[in-house]
Design a binder for this molecule. Sequence first.
Ligand code: SF4
Length: 247
Amino acid sequence: MERSSRHSDKLKNTTMRDSDLHPTDEEQEKFDEIERLLDATYGPRILRANGDPVSELVGTILSQNTSDVNTARTFASLREEFPSWEDVIEADTADVRDAIRMGGLSNIKAPRIQKVLKAILDECGALDISFLQSMEPAEAQAWLTNLDGIGPKTAACVLLFSLGMPVMPVDTHVGRVMTRLGVVPDRTSTLRKERIIESLIGDDAHRMYAVHVETITHGRQICRAQKPRCEICPLQSVCTYYQERIA
Ligand code: SF4
């Protein structure tokens, strides 16, 4: 059932405070409505954790600054050249660079991948980080971000997509859209934005995944960085940006 316009006015004027990770009833109500609208527009999106966190970690590094299609091709090329991750560690960096050249930034990504894999092997004695699943999500994320070159977003992708843990990766689309909607403040860290969204979703990886991918789709199609298409946006009724600049 549609909500009343007065109810919508209340929701779109609600912006969560930076200092508070315990949402008020109003903040929670607004977020629930955002989630409902995202799901109605772009859902359903089903999480199918792939159970291979090391491959997910390598894939996420490869995905930086390139498209999903190109990432898949580059990953396949790397696997074809080096059948095991141990092979990647032992290879000349120039050979790894050649195998992933098509994905761009290979000069940065090749040594980063080798360094991260070697650090895991040194730390764990095997290229296996599935033990992260038994940790608290924030603790597992901290473990991953202690690896050189791994930021909060990459760590969150690994935990959510491969291990099905309730962590929200905040990429450029999620950060921008959630800021415009008034869910997170503009001037705060990626990790803080992540924690705020997680506090609104709760301990549910399936909801976390759906909100993540649906928000990215919304950011690509409607709430673009330059010239957001507010006139056709299904989230107008709950959007702080829309209320303050357009309505
Ligand atoms: S109304 Fe505009 S700013 Fe708000 S979410 Fe939609 S496109 Fe983005």
